[in-house]
Design a protein around this ligand. Structure first.
Ligand code: KG4
Ligand code: ZN
Length: 338
């Protein structure tokens, strides 16, 4: 069965074709980073318009890459939420219209479920059950994944998501958008420990996170004096240490509490090298290991959506809405995914 995946929840347009027998046949992503850069963040209306422009060329590229035609598509999975309402609507209406034209089912997919299952696309995939650390621009969550569709939320951020904290702190330090990768790069040349930033909720005894205070602590340091390039690098390094220390400690605590040796990391912040280093070390210490999606599948993409839709179809789930009638859900908690 060949499932087409469509992702358009934010600033990346992703299209992919996944075959339940042969694996990922092709995938293509267009990132809007250059377009939003001038505004210092994502402009939703521009994002929606750009998704419209990109979807058909991306679909054609993926079909060519996978030596397939539209007639080979057996089902279409698309991101129905959470995300920007207009951006979601573009992908959803494209997917539903194409499904209607091809007379195949269209399946709404939860964006975070896509991220969560993306490490399963690798050859060396973890076995169920496992703990998942979801760290993206909008979410920081620890989940117990018992099987596809069975997710238990163990803890999440009470305020800013980890990626959001990276982005906001990067902005404070005068770095461009998207801030996460820029801040991580700057941190490499800095020295952690010269500035002292808090480790929020490290010893709270639960699996919750809080990152908004860190950003304020960076702001306070930045206001105390004019920062030199070296000061900024040291602050970036200390900030990265603080975030990754808390993320790693809580992820390992979740694995211990549930006596599970496999930790899956998904979402854009999962690309952070320091986080990977810390998680690998901490999990090895308790005899476990960490599974990551391929680096190119850490950030938003269509492959994870196609894969997620395929898993749901394999489980016998069929779309409930009448063809052509669909909704998007800009806010949609994953544990409320039915
Ligand atoms: O999963 P994703 O592509 O989109 C959302 O669904 O949010 O995650 C994007 C987030 C952004 O906040 C970005 O700054 C962050 O992931 N990010 C990073 C790195 N690469 C991306 N944060 C820290 N270090 C990185 N290397
Ligand atoms: Zn995402």
């Amino acid at each position: 069965m060949k499932v087409l995946g469509i992702e358009s929840s934010c600033d990346e347009t992703g299209v992919a074709l996944y075959d339940t027998e042969r694996g990922l046949l092709g995938h293509a992503v267009h990132t809007q980073v250059a377009m939003h850069e001038a505004y210092g963040g994502v402009v939703p209306e521009l994002a929606s318009r750009d998704h419209i422009r990109r979807l058909i060329p991306l679909l054609e590229r993926v079909l060519e890459e996978s030596r397939s035609t539209r007639g080979d598509i057996d089902a279409i999975a698309y991101t129905a939420g959470p995300g920007l309402a207009g951006a979601l609507l573009v992908g959803a209406s494209f997917a539903e219209a194409l499904a209607l034209a091809l007379d195949v089912p269209a399946l709404p997919v939860h964006h975070l479920e896509g991220h969560l299952l993306s490490p399963l696309l690798a050859d060396d995939a973890p076995a169920f059950p496992f703990i998942a650390l979801l760290v993206s621009g909008g979410h920081t969550q620890l989940m117990r994944v018992t099987r596809v569709g069975d997710y238990q939320l163990l803890g999440e951020s009470l305020d800013d998501a980890a990626g959001e904290a990276f982005d906001k702190t990067a902005k404070l330090l005068g770095l461009g958008y998207p801030g996460g990768p820029a801040l991580a790069k700057l941190a490499e040349s800095g020295k952690a420990g010269r500035y002292k930033l808090p480790r929020p909720m490290l010893n709270s005894g639960d699996l919750s996170f809080s990152f908004s205070g860190l950003k304020t602590a960076v702001l306070t340091a930045a206001r105390a004096k004019a920062l030199t390039a070296a000061d900024k690098a040291d602050l970036a390094a200390e900030f990265q240490e603080a975030v990754t220390e808390v993320l790693a400690a809580k992820a390992v605590a979740a694995c211990r509490q549930h006596r599970l040796p496999s930790l899956v990391v998904a979402g854009g912040v999962g690309a952070n090298r320091r986080l990977r280093q810390r998680l690998d070390q901490a999990m090895a210490k308790i005899g476990g290991r960490v599974f990551y999606p391929a680096l190119e599948l850490c950030t938003d993409n269509g492959a994870m959506i196609a894969f997620c839709g395929a898993q749901r179809l394999l489980q016998g789930e069929l779309p409930v809405s009448a063809a052509g009638a669909f909704v998007v859900r800009p806010r949609w908690p994953l544990d409320q995914r039915s």
